[in-house]
Design a protein around this ligand. Structure first.
Ligand SMILES: [Zn+2]
Ligand SMILES: [Zn+2]
Ligand SMILES: [Zn+2]
Length: 139
């Protein structure tokens, strides 16, 4: 059992269940964004689908995970940067890069994006920056 996963749950005042710990561990081990199907596959026999669904929802509400929308509208999930996200505010002004060769999607936290000014009367709730291309490993 990883202490880091437990620390995260403690920080966010979430009860430590095996399902939650396993899901956080999967994300910490993975450098790429993961779809619900992949998470389900990794947790076969440990967690049922409903638990995974509920846990992902909780983690998004708490600011532990954020959604990444792929070009095929497939929803994936990635860890939030805890310096930027909380239960009251998600801040994802970072780019997601999707490799069209291996299909992996990753967060690029270090790329600077200039915030866009929306016209009057519009409020942004969620922003998705997606770059398609070929990743380092596939190039
Ligand atoms: Zn977030
Ligand atoms: Zn690739
Ligand atoms: Zn991201």
């Amino acid at each position: 059992m990883s202490t880091e996963a437990i620390d995260i749950l403690n920080d966010y005042k979430l009860r430590r269940t095996n399902g939650r710990i396993s899901i956080i561990n999967i994300f910490m081990d993975s450098k790429i964004a993961l779809s619900e199907n992949i998470i389900e596959e990794k947790l076969t026999g440990l967690c049922d689908r409903a638990t995974i669904y509920r846990t992902l929802k909780t983690f998004i509400e708490k600011g532990i995970l954020h959604r990444v929308i792929d070009e095929n509208s497939i929803v994936k999930y990635a860890m939030c940067n805890t310096d930027h996200c909380s239960s009251t505010h998600h801040s994802h002004d970072h780019v997601h890069f999707k490799c069209q060769v291996c299909g992996n999607t990753e967060c690029m936290d270090d790329l600077q994006i200039t915030p866009m000014q929306l016209p009057n009367g519009y409020t942004a709730k969620e922003t998705n920056y997606l770059i398609l291309g070929t990743c380092k490993n596939c190039n």
